[in-house]
Design a protein around this ligand. Structure first.
Ligand code: NAP
Length: 294
């Protein structure tokens, strides 16, 4: 089967940068573009890839693009420029977390110029992006998905086609509800443990090995125990994702209690200047309940 030979990455952020490095290790990376051009320098030096000056230069040198930018508007802006500059038969893989509606709009815009599209949001945090072990939830055509395998398998370990375009993003919405619940539970539990005077390292070890064990407990617990919330996954980004979930649930006439509560908590964190911290910063609010000082 014919695969893609010239791959470009757009968006060298917390996720996109390590993903680009893994694509390079798999021998796939041709070029990269980042809105802030200075960030491409180190990648270009390390990998020898072309540091494109704009999206059109990148598109003209590539037959497949991996996109990882923050929000719906960013994806649609970039897709518009890709649609104008990629060749027919090219592929755009969007790994950003956006709405199902945006995935469908992007696919339709690209299809007008005979360019394929897969929505492929990812989960597994910056650690998963670095290690190439992301879970990838895909939406799109089966044949296009099959052709994209070498690219996707350089990025992740669990790669599942969920259905047509938009199904990947719908699955990611499911994921983000569960992430909110886990972050709420672990941050609350650790604040309670601290108030009880328990040694937090031992709590994380023993509780984390039983039924309450989770990725979040083992990866974020140790820094939470020290009152540090390094990225990770920004509060501001998860807030954006939960607003997508909120709109999807509202379309079914439902308000999800966990989502509403977490959005309220994130508003407090954003208003107190913690929006760029990891979502484990929920722990700040839980500690405040017990009047635990800094
Ligand atoms: P990030 O660190 O904030 O990086 C965002 C990247 O997108 C930056 O390179 C930024 O460029 C670029 N960008 C922003 N707006 C743009 C625009 N309009 N046009 C072109 N480029 C633009 O974000 P991230 O953590 O990598 O997250 C990226 C996406 O992955 C988000 O949708 C997020 O929800 C999702 N995600 C994140 C995680 C995580 O743990 N961080 C996990 C799973 C999924 P500049 O350098 O110029 O700012």
């Amino acid at each position: 089967m014919n695969t893609y030979s010239k791959l470009g990455v757009i968006g060298l952020g917390a996720m996109g940068y390590p993903m680009a490095l893994n694509l390079h290790k798999a021998g796939l990376l041709t070029a990269a573009y980042n809105r802030t051009h200075a960030k491409i320098g180190a990648l270009a030096k390390e990998t020898g890839c072309l540091a494109a000056n704009d999206v059109s230069e990148l598109a003209k040198n590539c037959d497949a693009i991996v996109l990882c930018v923050p929000a719906d508007r960013d994806v649609l802006e970039v897709v518009e420029r890709l649609a104008a500059n990629l060749q027919q038969g090219a592929l755009v893989i969007d790994c950003s977390t956006v709405s199902t509606a945006t995935a469908r709009t992007a696919a339709q815009r690209l299809a007008k110029n005979k360019i394929d599209f897969l929505d492929c949001p990812v989960s597994g945090g910056t650690e998963g992006a670095k290690q190439g072990t992301l879970a990838i939830m895909c939406g799109g055509d089966e044949k296009v998905f099959a052709r994209a395998q070498p690219i996707l398998s350089a990025l992740g370990k669990h790669i599942v086609l969920m259905g047509s375009v938009g199904a990947g993003q719908a699955t990611k919405a499911v994921n983000q509800i569960a992430v909110a619940g886990i972050a709420q539970a672990v941050s609350e539990a650790l604040a309670f443990a601290e108030a009880e005077g328990l040694p937090l390292d031992k709590v994380i070890e023993v509780v984390g090995s039983g039924a309450a064990g989770s990725w979040f407990m083992s990866h974020r617990g140790p820094s939470m125990a020290e009152g540090r919330y390094p990225l990770g996954f920004k509060v501001a980004l998860h807030e954006k994702d939960l607003k997508i979930v909120q709109r999807m649930a509202a379309a079914r006439g439902v308000q999800l209690p966990l989502v509403e509560m977490t959005l309220l908590h994130y508003r407090h964190l954003l208003e107190s200047g913690h929006g760029n911290e990891d979502i484990s910063a929920l722990h700040r609010l839980k500690r405040a309940l017990f009047k635990l000082g800094d």
